[in-house]
Design a protein around this ligand. Structure first.
Ligand SMILES: C[S@@+](CC[C@H](N)C(=O)[O-])C[C@H]1O[C@@H](n2cnc3c(N)ncnc32)[C@H](O)[C@@H]1O
Length: 305
């Protein structure tokens, strides 16, 4: 295998025949150097770190390979490593390559059907978790549940409360089901495919929580390639002003909240104050804006009185 970036690695016929016995022309040191060069060429900002990270167990090499850089990888591990480096060089997010990501200190299965849960969304979980004891009895509704990360994290920390998860896509909810099963909370969850509150018409909840699509349509083209090319557009596109879903969710919230119930919404950059106005108009005067760990206004919480 040759690359024209000054870093070539040769997989000879003779080596291939040796199969699992190793590749005499390659060491883990040279493999990492090759991978780093590939990622650098692709514009990845921390190529060395990612080259090593992608050589971890479950992806490529067992740890021993990294401890002893002069060892030769087996053909099988080398092929796997080449494949993941090529996928990353094509700007596929690491979470899709690994098939998992961490959120709220829990590991979630992800695939390209779902948005990769983001650290800032942990603020949305905190907002509901912190109010769990003051909410009326009854289930929590999540609109646009995606991988299920928000509801699963809440269910792990709020015992006994049932959850209803909706999403426009059945494939997405399949991922949420898997994650609910992984974390032992599936028996408290129900899943319904449909447009926002459509599948729960006529039902009222203790809380409605959502991280809906909120990127302005015109901004989609400027997103990094990892997001633009790989993550589902249906999880991102919030319409002309980015507020299409946030506005619809707030307007219909009073028909789906019990008295004293909580509406918690994640918002994008510069949207929180506008969303707080909808909440005051549609839900009630008790509205708060919460900041994420980076200090950005991120979540709007209101209480239906
Ligand atoms: C930004 S993602 C959030 C996913 C997950 N809750 C999270 O925080 O990681 C938005 C989700 O809303 C879903 N969605 C888009 N339009 C929808 C609609 N009209 N009704 C219900 N869900 C919708 C998408 O499929 C996607 O899973």
């Amino acid at each position: 295998l040759r690359r024209n970036n000054g870093c070539s690695i040769r997989l000879s016929r003779r080596s291939e025949k040796r199969g699992e016995r190793g590749l005499p022309d390659i060491t883990w040191r040279s493999a990492l150097r090759w991978a780093r060069a590939q990622l650098e060429l692709a514009g990845i900002s921390r190529p060395g770190m990612e080259a090593e990270y992608l050589a971890r167990p479950g992806i490529g090499a067992p740890p021993v390979a990294l401890l002893n850089a002069e060892r030769t990888p087996s053909v099988c591990l080398w092929r796997r490593y080449v494949e993941v480096i090529q996928r990353r060089a094509a700007r596929e997010p690491i979470a899709y390559i690994r098939g998992e990501t961490e959120f709220y200190s829990l590991v979630f299965y992800v695939n390209p059907d779902v948005l990769i849960p983001r650290p800032e969304t942990e603020t949305l979980v905190d907002a509901v978790r912190d109010r769990a004891n003051s909410m009326p009895p009854g289930p929590v509704l999540e609109l646009g549940a995606g991988s299920g990360a928000v509801s699963v994290a809440l269910a792990v920390h709020i015992p006994d409360r049932p959850f209803v998860l909706t999403d426009i896509s059945g494939a997405v909810l399949q991922v949420a089901r898997i994650n609910a099963g992984r974390h032992g909370v599936k028996d408290r969850m129900s899943f319904a495919v449909g447009d926002l509150y459509g599948p729960v018409t006529g039902s009222c909840f203790a809380a409605v929580v959502s991280n809906p699509p909120y990127v302005r349509s015109a901004d989609l083209a400027g997103l990094p390639p990892e997001i633009r090319q790989c993550e589902p557009i249906s999880a991102l596109d919030g319409g002309a002003d980015g507020l299409k879903f946030l506005r619809r969710i707030a307007r219909a919230a009073p028909r789906h909240l019990r008295r004293g119930g909580v509406l918690a919404l994640e918002t994008g950059a510069g949207q929180a104050r506008r969303v707080a106005e909808f909440c005051r108009d549609f839900v009630g005067e008790d509205v708060q804006i919460l900041h994420d760990l980076a200090g950005h206004e991120r979540v709007v919480v209101s209480r239906y009185e």
